[in-house]
Design a protein around this ligand. Structure first.
Ligand code: BGC
Length: 616
């Protein structure tokens, strides 16, 4: 059984032997439960996504920065988060808010310096918190020196000549204007064209996203080497893992074939631009060769820097069906990511939300995860509307219960633990290029509403910044108690719920497996049971029952529903360990007629002595 002392010893032992820095868990959470191996630290924690512009501003310019994050690291110990993932902090002109990178190995001055970064990592590691960086391998900024050089000419003596995807006008095109002879019909996920004509080279260059983000050419071996060096640079600075961005777009069809039209595409009356889903993106995206590249990052770089107790973790970002995504796990002999991020919940909106809908999404994921691999769950990020907006605020608590208690690793987008809501941003205030470039329907595209500043307290700008104006407006509801300080004091707040969930998933072996059984699944209810491994059968099991329907109250017989799924429970009585409204904790309930209120989730301990001895 791992104890804090055990980890402490591990840490200091390796310090003595190799004089290397090591990471050990000092938080109060790893008290009981299964011992995860040193290569598995990412299984028993929550990964918390920080959007650095919006987390904490230390210098009063209205934009968050690294020193700001460092000043708030203790918060993670308090809420039970063991790993933070930082969205891009590299040098950037910020056309796409840091996903357009002009130097992969330096920090943008808006966020601070490399010294500030080292300080952040050191302090995080002292607290036992791991640091994961966003790695953006597919494209650079058009201001990156590689692109500036590449644009100059196609002379074979130019070492950067082939660093980007340059193409001549489409062969056979009859127009006298070469700019009309676009190489392929590929459409950007941001909608609109993916090729831009360059007068100097008299060629097109390819950009999956904005024209300021030229795609790197992975057919050039030098590009592959450069990007491995980038990973190595950050591994040497003691980064614990990577979130690999937009991985499905890094290689395109070598024969430059057009994507076929999507027969199921329904044009929306709002869209005035060429829409991504109007074609089936079979040649532009998901080229199978990119798996080889991910494997090489794992094998040749990440493994080299994975020595006990510092395993370097990798998760990948791609929006695909689970059956395709699971390929990112790689094979046992040649692994890729520890997991591909699971976005099953992202496309679900209030009108379709139901117990059955959640079951279908969960079950599809669980069925596709290969044996022995570890699942994961995401309910929000910087690219999608906040969960309260998508599902309805009355289900925001339930979303945290799902995300933290389903088998696997949860990712929390900053503010989800508080129930932070969308902000309204006018077109004039809009920052996101996806919104700005679509004046017709910017509200449909803009991702600003989910990127508003973190709400810390009741002070000016919710304690995020002392500036007169923050880069995006702060949501007004911080004055009504939606902020860390107020929620810390309120035992019924979303934050108190979150902490209770974080604690139970860390402490109880029932939540340390990658398995579950379903209970009642109807349009109103989604429920499941988590049980410890057989060798820990003296430990309690938990029923998690969630009301995702529209009725004010639903009553269910969980004993018989579980029985029908082959799970027998000893007693029809259980004890509510956590209720999502935090007002029924400790209540003894009858599992044959368990009542749930609208949007309510209950975590019910089953078996003797199930109630946690600690205060939740
Ligand atoms: C990031 C987005 C970004 C896009 C293009 C994505 O995968 O998550 O925020 O806009 O890449 O750069």
């Amino acid at each position: 059984m791992a104890t804090a002392l055990h980890w402490l010893l591990l840490g200091s032992l390796s310090l003595m032997v190799s004089l290397e820095r090591s990471v050990f868990w000092r938080g109060a959470f790893l008290i009981e439960g299964r011992e995860f191996g040193w290569r598995e630290w990412w299984k028993n924690t929550i990964i918390y996504q920080i959007y650095p512009r919006s987390f904490m501003d230390s210098d009063g310019d209205g934009i968050g920065d690294l020193k700001g994050i460092t000043s708030r690291l203790e918060y993670f110990l308090d809420i039970g988060v063991g790993a933070i993932w930082l969205s891009p902090i590299y040098r950037s002109p910020f056309v796409d808010f840091g996903y357009d990178i002009s130097n992969f190995t330096d920090i943008d001055p808006i966020f601070g310096t490399l010294d500030d970064f080292d300080e952040l990592v050191d302090h995080a590691h002292d607290l036992g918190i791991r640091v994961i960086l966003d790695f953006v391998p597919g494209y650079t900024s058009d201001q990156h020196p590689w692109f500036v050089e590449s644009m100059k000419n196609r002379d074979y003596r130019n070492p950067y000549r082939d660093y980007f995807v340059w193409k001549d006008p489409k062969p056979g095109c009859v127009s006298s204007d070469p700019r009309e002879c676009i190489p392929t019909n590929w459409i950007s996920p941001f909608d609109g064209p993916t090729w831009t004509w360059d007068e100097t080279r008299q060629q097109f260059y390819y950009h999956t996203f904005t024209k300021e983000q030229p795609d790197l050419n992975y057919l050039d071996p030098s590009v592959r080497e450069e990007m491995k060096n980038v990973i190595e640079f950050w591994m040497k600075r003691w980064v614990d893992g990577l979130r690999v961005d937009a991985i499905a777009f890094i290689i395109e069809d070598h024969y430059m074939r057009d994507d076929p039209p999507n027969p199921n595409f329904q044009p929306s009356e709002l869209a005035t631009r060429v829409v991504h889903h109007s074609t089936l993106n079979i040649y532009s995206h998901n080229h199978p060769d990119h798996h080889e590249i991910v494997k090489s990052w794992r094998r040749e770089v990440m493994e080299k820097y994975s020595a006990e107790p510092n395993y370097r973790f990798m998760m990948t970002e791609a929006y695909n069906k689970p059956a395709i995504l699971v390929d990112y796990y790689g094979t046992d002999d040649d692994p890729e990511a520890d997991f591909p991020l699971n976005f099953q919940f992202m496309d679900l909106h209030a009108k379709d939300l139901s117990g059955t809908a959640i079951f279908n999404l969960v079950d599809e994921w669980m069925h596709n995860v290969p044996d022995g691999k570890w699942p994961n769950w995401v309910v929000g990020n910087h690219d999608n509307y906040r969960i309260g907006y998508r599902w309805g605020m009355e289900y925001a608590r339930a979303a945290n219960v799902l995300c933290l208690l389903l088998p696997g690793t949860p990712t929390t987008y900053y503010g989800e633990e508080l129930g932070m809501d969308h902000i309204k941003v006018t077109f004039e205030e809009t920052q996101d290029p996806w919104g700005k470039n679509n004046p017709c329907c910017w509200e449909k595209y803009s991702r600003d509403p989910e990127r508003s500043p973190m709400q810390w307290n009741m002070e000016k700008n919710a304690g995020f910044s002392t500036a007169e104006k923050t880069w995006l407006p702060v949501h007004d509801n911080y004055k009504m108690g939606v902020n860390v300080e107020s929620e810390q004091k309120d035992p019924t707040s979303v934050l108190s719920l979150y902490k209770a969930l974080a604690r139970i998933r860390m402490q109880r072996p029932a939540f340390h497996t990658n398995a579950m059984d379903y209970g009642i699944v109807t349009d109103d209810i989604f429920s499941f049971i988590r049980r410890p491994n057989p060798d820990e059968s003296e430990q309690p099991s938990y029923l998690v029952a969630i009301h995702l329907g529209k009725k004010s109250i639903v009553i269910g017989d969980y004993v018989n529903a579980l029985l029908a799924n082959g799970v027998t429970i000893d007693s029809s009585e259980g004890v509510v360990e956590i209720s999502s409204r935090m007002d029924r904790n400790g209540e003894t309930v009858n599992l044959e007629a368990l009542e749930l209120r609208l949007g309510e989730a209950l975590v019910v301990g089953i078996g003797k002595d199930s109630l946690l001895k600690t205060e939740l």
